[in-house]
Design a protein around this ligand. Sequence first.
Ligand code: NAD
Length: 328
Amino acid sequence: MANRAGEGLRAAVIGVGYLGRFHAQKYARMEGVKLVAVADSQYERAMRVAGELGVEAVRDYTDLLAKVDLVSVVTPTHTHYSVAAACLSAGVHVLVEKPMTMTLEEADGLIALADKLDRVLQVGHIKRFHPAVNALESRGLLLRPHFIEAHRFAPFKNRALDVDVVLDLMIHDVDLILHFVDSKVTEIEAVGAPVVTGHVDMANARIRFENGCTATVSASRVAKEATRRMWIYQDNELIELDFIRNGVVLTRRGAGVREMDGIQVPVIEETSLPVIPHDSLEAEIHSFCQAVRKISPVRVSGRDGRQALDVVMTIRRRIAESGLGGAS
Ligand code: NAD
């Protein structure tokens, strides 16, 4: 299986439905990587994507494990554990989509397997690779957040309806917040409600951290308009991220005062940071390949994926305990 010197990495994508097709496209175009095959238990899907990209199609992913160094697992979440475990056991590095697994026990199982076999296990929390997040992190602007508010609202779509909005959408902001705050979670409150699917379609959670930071996170998949924004308050500064418009705006107290309605108020300075647009999925997959090559560490590890899953599981429990959440 070991990567043969000079020949590049051999990749495959398992599950080429909505998202897996995009994974396959990125590998097919990536320098130093050869997309060998795509697998889907609905063989016609594998055939269609394989035809588009000129690679082999297989129905049973176990048929391709001897031919590749790494895979993306982009199957429905309830299959992530069994598929990813089989890949790791065959010595293949794994990028598994989010949510990492259905349970914490399954997440622990994958982490232990990857550790034991010294394979890369990355979790597809793609927002870590978002241009606005890169703009923030590359400038070292994040110091010690005191309060974070996140809104992720999406119009209703006929996708991911087998899970609730917490596992589908809210987990993105939870992962980012855990990454930004980097402190132990001490308390979680949450409310949520089914609106159209019978599962929780809107949810709000308040997460408190040991270092004193609090975050509130709201997610809906029955909104009129798409909104994906985050506000981070730290000493003397508000950082506003807009994940749709690729915007990062810093609001700070400027020098001096000005008059407002007859009284003197501080001057407030707003600065828009330049955000360099890029394809987040391509950046995520490139980063996975660099980790497999041991050129850089894994950016979103199995432990990160487990931590986000742990928090969203607690949020779902709190909603269920409130008696308002419907079937989850
Ligand atoms: P999808 O239903 O469109 O595609 C899943 C595909 O996997 C289907 O074609 C199905 O036939 C195939 N499949 C199922 N079991 C299989 C198996 N054992 N072997 C091979 N193929 C199998 O789903 P999707 O919307 O593409 O979502 C897939 C995963 O990606 C989910 O876990 C979802 O949460 C995640 N996702 C992540 C993001 C993100 O922003 N990171 C966005 C969308 C989806």
